[in-house]
Unconditional design. Structure first.
Length: 213
């Protein structure tokens, strides 16, 4: 199996990649600002599941096909981008409802299943993750140990676990800022709109950027 040094090296690389704000982090922050802490953390869980599904795909060879096919990769990218834009528009449309609910003492809650599902969709369609896994995972396997797919499955667990920890930190920080904004209905309405615009901008950025070959 893969040596401990290879596992640690891959884990460190994952930390570096995940620490750089990308689609998952920005979406988590936007969700924390527009809905709240619990929903943002559930979104992180769904995102981690989506990321591991990508790792499984890479391990069984599907990821290689996706990475090498500009058509397939573009479809995944555009689907994820469109969903982010949709969620951003919904956040902007509902920002006043959040403010009104807080003023009336009604908790603003996104259904747990929906929060997890939204995170899963963003995670499983994140082109940054699948390209990283396709490039990195094979480099940390030991050919002499055999069963490369099993090695990649084991290593692939590290990425969503590390993402779960780091993205949760972003969710907690952003939700703390939301608590401060909630003291003023006007401020909360503004931050809700900002979170929605962040999601829309992220979706648009993902749609227009990426591989051109």
């Amino acid at each position: 199996m893969t040596s401990l040094s290879q596992v640690l090296a891959f884990a460190l690389l994952c930390v570096v990649i995940i620490a750089v704000p990308g689609p998952s982090v920005l979406f988590t922050v936007g969700r924390a600002l527009t809905v709240g802490r619990k929903e943002a953390l559930l979104t992180v869980v769904g995102n981690a599941v989506g990321a591991y599904l990508q790792a499984v795909a890479v391990a069984v060879g599907i990821g290689v096909i996706v990475e090498r096919s500009i058509v397939v990769l573009t479809v995944i990218k555009l689907l994820g981008a469109a969903y982010l834009v949709y969620l951003g528009v919904q956040a902007i449309r509902r920002r006043r409802k959040v403010t009104e609910a807080l003023a009336a003492g009604i908790p603003t809650v996104l259904p747990s299943r929906r929060a997890v599902w939204d995170g899963f969709v963003v995670g499983v369609t994140n082109p940054k993750v699948i390209v990283f896994l396709v490039v990195a995972l094979p480099q940390f396997t030991d050919p002499g140990a055999g069963n490369a797919s099993l090695q990649m499955l084991a290593l692939g667990v590290l990425f969503p676990v590390i993402a779960l920890v780091l993205d949760s930190m972003w969710a907690l920080l952003a939700s703390t800022a939301r608590t401060w904004f909630s003291r003023s209905p006007r401020r909360l309405e503004l931050v809700g709109g900002a979170g929605g615009l962040m999601m829309i901008g992220l979706g648009a950025t993902i749609a227009v950027n990426g591989r051109k070959d």
